[in-house]
Design a protein around this ligand. Sequence first.
Ligand code: NAP
Length: 343
Amino acid sequence: MVLRIGVIGTGAIGQDHIHRITHSLTGGEIVAVTDVNSEQAHAVVERESLQAKVYDNGHDLIQADEVDATIVTSWGPTHEEFVLASIAAGKPVFCEKPLATTAEGCKRIVEAEMEYGKQLVQVGFMRRYDKGYRTLKQAVDNNKVGEPLMLHCAHRAPSVTNFSGDMAITDSFVHEIDVLRWLIQDDYVSTQVIQPRRTNLAEEGLQDPIIILLETKKGIRIDTEIFVNCQYGYDIQCQVVGETGIANLPEPPSLQMRSQAKLSTDILVNWKERFIEAYDVELQEWINSTVNGEVHGPSAWDGYVVAVTTDASIEAKQTGKIVPIEMPEQPAFYQDAKAEYTV
Ligand code: NAP
């Protein structure tokens, strides 16, 4: 069976997902698209040679008979309404992060999905599909370093434009929140934000770098440096310190050179390049599980946890205090989510 997909939002990542589903992946076909910029939606249909109808708005697209499932890649503040509409229509939906821009909004989605009675929502946290993170998780799950005690992480980008306020948390740290909780299978209980000496190379108004300290229910301590003007490259680090050893996130493959009295390997500079394979695997697994009527990836509950942790971290940054993260118990409805992957 081919999954007939409607895409809401044909901007940067919407176009990427349309391209990969049409040219690289199997089992999915883009049959409908929409964007507030309808000229852009038409241009994408033409460029990708899609047999797809361009809808005036996301709600008509969701209702369309030929659409089996939706992908929401529009502007963040519109995600909640389109995810809720997909649930109301009983259609599976893949929503790019954020699931909603507020924790309350995420909670409304969780409640709507539970009331519908079946999981339909997957959130676009692609790091869980990265080969390196999966290798690291396999080592942790197989007790290769004993029980995790501490995680030392870093999220560095060469530079950013139009990053202000709390975007280091809302746009960068959100990925760490999701992937680290998945990696160690534990929940967060508190967050604290440290603001070191500020780089002169950040845009006016942006505190860069920051260090975020999370504590989990089991007492695991996680420190994450977010440094989005580090200049030298796009560099994601994760080290798990366990009772019997240390496991590091593998570096992306790179040619090792011995030349001019130097031993060197390249460092990537672009986030898209770093996670390009992860996006492919993520969407392929979403298509496969959706065809089977299942959700295997990050759930609406996971999106809600990220939103609550994000809000608490913003409060921690603003107040300088350790802020508790208060989450209700994960409902049984979300507990048997399957992990389907091979390394
Ligand atoms: P973008 O290039 O601005 O694309 C968003 C598109 O949605 C734009 O074409 C926008 O039109 C359109 N849009 C806005 N409101 C709409 C509506 N009501 N109905 C239909 N289309 C609407 O942004 P992007 O970089 O693709 O990001 C899209 C989402 O993906 C964001 O939430 C972002 O956080 C997320 N994202 C996730 C990752 C990841 O690593 N997982 C990476 C990149 C982006 P206008 O431009 O005319 O407003």
